[in-house]
Design a protein around this ligand. Sequence first.
Ligand SMILES: *Cc1c(COP(=O)(O)O)cnc(C)c1O
Length: 415
Amino acid sequence: MGHTPAPVDLGPATALICRECGESYDLGPRYACEQCFGPLEISYDFGAVTRSDIEAGPGNIWRYRGLLPVPSQVAETPNTEPGLTRLVRADDLAESLGLQKLWVKDDSGNPTHSFKDRVVAVALAAARELGFKVLACPSTGNLANAVAAAAARAGIRSAVFVPADLEAQKIIMTAVYGGLFVTVDGNYDDVNRLASEIAGEREDWAFVNVNVRPYYAEGSKTLGYEIAEQLGWRLPEQIVVPVASGSQLTKIDKAFRELIALGLVEDRPYKVFGAQAAGCGPVAAAFKAGHDVVRPVRPDTIAKSLAIGNPADGPYVLDVARRTGGAVEDVTDAEVVEGIQLLARTEGIFSETAGGVVVATLRKLVSAGRLDPAAETVIINSGDGLKTLDAVAPVARPSANIAPSLEAFRKAGLG
Ligand SMILES: *Cc1c(COP(=O)(O)O)cnc(C)c1O
């Protein structure tokens, strides 16, 4: 403290601003306001950014580097190059739900098969510039995969902490990259608290979603940029987004507002809808009760990647949903499984439980008349079904098991 920080190259980022009281800080490894403990957020000076600059950029999130808190040469350092995942027109799913124009932003196509590669890539780039030596996180699973992989690719150490009861796929997929990997007997909120305590002791560890959270969170903006660009530089009229900490949802909204302010898309109204599992739906509960504060819950759901009982950005999710005329809704675990099956059977996309939460929420919002069936709608599939096999294993079974003979096939009476 007291010394002048060395100048850092974080591209267009200019300062950290407290979201609550507006206090401003130099760019550095901070995440909470010293005055009011509010969360810090990046502010920028974008200058002129054009569609053609972006379109001429790399085929990954670094095409938006001029809108992110990362060094200008970020694309040239070894990284996992996430993003520019497909935006799939989903006519069959739309028809089965009574919608007219629906797209799935399929983020299962990222390097470690979830949207977390975006936020980790931005956190890694900023953390290296800020002088951190280790990439760390507490995680509900996908973040663990993304941090371990990104650190391996960048040639730095990782330190990952997860609840011990995670899906086997996510445990194995973290361990395979090497690095320090600790399972903790507790839920995510316990692991998160532990990580904050460790971050206080290990000053060269960048916990991506704790002490470098302001940088990490900005990575989610790239989902919003890509959706607009892939729609032909246009905002959707409605979007349904999964909510864990709530960061992704608030940053998609931030991305849309930035694109409007920069003149890159036409200014038209859009509605943002949040999707949670009923077994961990504190933001949905607050939305429905008309509350501004989010009461923490103890998670109990198969949607483990969304199982954050005390979501850091919960109140800001409520703000976005209310300001845009959206909503936050929750669905049961049985509906989540149906959602996974519906997306798979209509569009050939196998989502993890978080995707099932989104599809089921979409269906619920349509039947409740909360979504306009004629409006252009985008939903997010944030992860790959291969990571949450147990959720569908009981209902996803072969049609039959037969001996290797034509007779056996005939006898089985199969279509
Ligand atoms: C982390 C995660 C989210 C949402 O995370 P936020 O904390 O709300 O930003 C959504 N889907 C999946 C699959 C995730 O792993």
